[in-house]
Design a protein around this ligand. Structure first.
Ligand code: GLN
Length: 453
């Protein structure tokens, strides 16, 4: 039934890059056989999921939504996807995304943008599903799959979840292995689950997470039983409200949903405290230096030799092949990031930009450490607005980057953060609330999420 729904919705939503109906059926058969044989079933037994096309999947093309990976079929499986298959999940297909996960609307994909299943009333303008995990968010919101993988470098799980009325958690940096995940900004990239409920996120995160010696930044910690630990009571918990997130001219619907969230957590027994994160205003510029810097280094590997596309003009030498392949293969946003990254890392500007950004990143992390001396979790909006229309910001990179204002600080600090659905705005579009937790405290984040749900 899910395979049929995926196929039927493809023309309207463009959520998938490839579909793998046989893989989904095979997984279901394996679960049936295990059940018949009386074997123990995994946490995800029989659950058909979508896989963001940033995860390498053995024998199934993996594109990162870029032409430069055209024709690339990995010989290996990412650790996170393998963990999910080991837990009994099956793959419906590879989900569309912003090219190399760079974007907030899914419009940078080389396979065409994803279209959100949501619409404003009396308005046919197609809306952005958020990004970069917009194929994941659209597919779940449209009920094409109960859950999907996402990755979050500066908000790419949380913002699309908020735009489409679903839940998603970015765990502590290092919880999920980055091995076999196409790299964007390695010190920020984290995989996580997206699903309809907090409980489903807890189940799926348990299956995805775990130490992996193949990722040098993987956390060598046991995976907690997050699902069993779910508890919506906030009695004895302090919830911090960061003063600096109350922006001048804030969208009144977003401000109201934040106030609603505060009231819901109070009802659940929490004590509300104001906290300060004084370096918040530097988070966006810091992120848009560090992420492109790391991207420019990571994307140097796409040279026409090792992966996918090769553009070798007649009589061309090696340098010409690099240039032609990269010119033809990378989309405009990816090229913009490579140029910004190369600039901030260049000898004359390294100290002025990159070194400064690293220092500010440490201050932002310290802000959170100090704030968590006064509270257990922090509550904030996920994004400054509800979903915007496709095309509304695509000609203005800065306007697009500004949409990430509430999501990048937790990324820079490596902290777990979740978006949960928090009602609708006056136009009937979903809004999300964000819970940010202390390092390793996914349980506290999930529990606050459950209290909001
Ligand atoms: N929108 C942010 C960016 O474009 C975040 C993307 C992400 O988290 N992958 O970089």
């Amino acid at each position: 039934a899910f395979n049929a729904a995926v196929a039927a919705a493809q023309p309207a939503l463009n959520a998938f890059i490839v579909t793998t109906p046989d893989a989904a059926l095979d997984a279901a058969r394996r679960v049936d056989a295990a059940r018949a044989a009386g074997q123990a079933l995994g946490k995800m037994a029989g659950v058909p999921i979508g896989m963001k096309d940033l995860f390498a999947t053995k024998g199934v093309q993996t594109t990162a939504a870029s032409k430069i990976l055209a024709g690339f079929t990995p010989e290996y499986e990412s650790t996170v996807s393998q963990n999910l298959w080991n837990a009994g999940a099956g793959m419906l297909g590879k989900l569309n995304l912003d090219q190399f996960a760079m974007g907030s609307s899914n419009e940078t994909s080389a396979f065409g943008n994803v279209i959100s299943p949501w619409r404003r009333p009396n308005d046919t303008a197609p809306l952005a599903p958020g990004g970069s995990s917009g194929g994941s968010s659209a597919a779940i919101a449209a009920r094409l799959c109960p859950a999907a993988t996402g990755t979050d470098t500066g908000g790419s799980i949380r913002q699309p979840a908020a735009f489409t009325g679903i839940a998603g958690i970015k765990p502590t940096y290092g919880r999920c292995s980055r091995w076999g995940v196409v790299a964007f900004a390695s010190s920020l990239d984290q995989a996580g689950p997206m699903a309809r409920s907090v409980q489903d996120c807890a189940i799926m995160l348990e299956a995805m997470a775990g130490f992996d010696p193949k990722d040098s930044t993987s956390l060598d910690l046991p995976v907690p039983e997050w699902e069993a630990g779910l508890n919506p009571s906030m009695a004895g918990k302090r919830v911090g409200i960061p003063r600096e997130y109350r922006l001048d001219g804030m969208d009144p619907d977003v401000a109201k949903s934040w106030d609603d969230g505060i009231a819901w957590l109070k009802d659940a027994g929490a004590e509300i405290v104001e906290v300060s994160l004084p370096h918040t205003k530097y988070a966006l510029p810091t992120y848009y230096i560090i992420a492109p810097a790391e991207a420019s280094s990571n994307l140097a590997r796409y040279d026409g030799v090792r992966y996918g596309l090769r553009d070798l003009p007649d009589g061309a030498g090696l340098q010409d092949m690099y240039a032609a392949t990269r010119a033809a293969g990378f989309g405009p946003e990816v090229k913009r990031r490579i140029m910004i990254g190369t600039y901030v890392l260049s000898a004359g500007f390294y100290d002025a930009y990159y070194t400064q950004a690293q220092k500010v990143r440490a201050l932002i992390a310290r802000d959170f450490e100090l704030a968590f001396q006064h509270c257990d979790v922090i509550l904030a909006p996920t994004a400054p607005t509800a979903a915007f229309a496709l095309g509304e910001k695509s000609d203005d990179p800065l306007a697009m980057y500004l949409n990430d204002v509430f999501s990048v600080p937790a990324s820079l600090a490596g902290l777990p953060a979740m978006s949960v659905p928090a009602g609708l705005d006056r136009q009937g579009l979903p809004l999300g609330l964000q819970v940010i937790g202390q390092a390793f405290d996914e349980q506290g984040v999930l529990n606050a999420g459950l209290a909001l749900e």
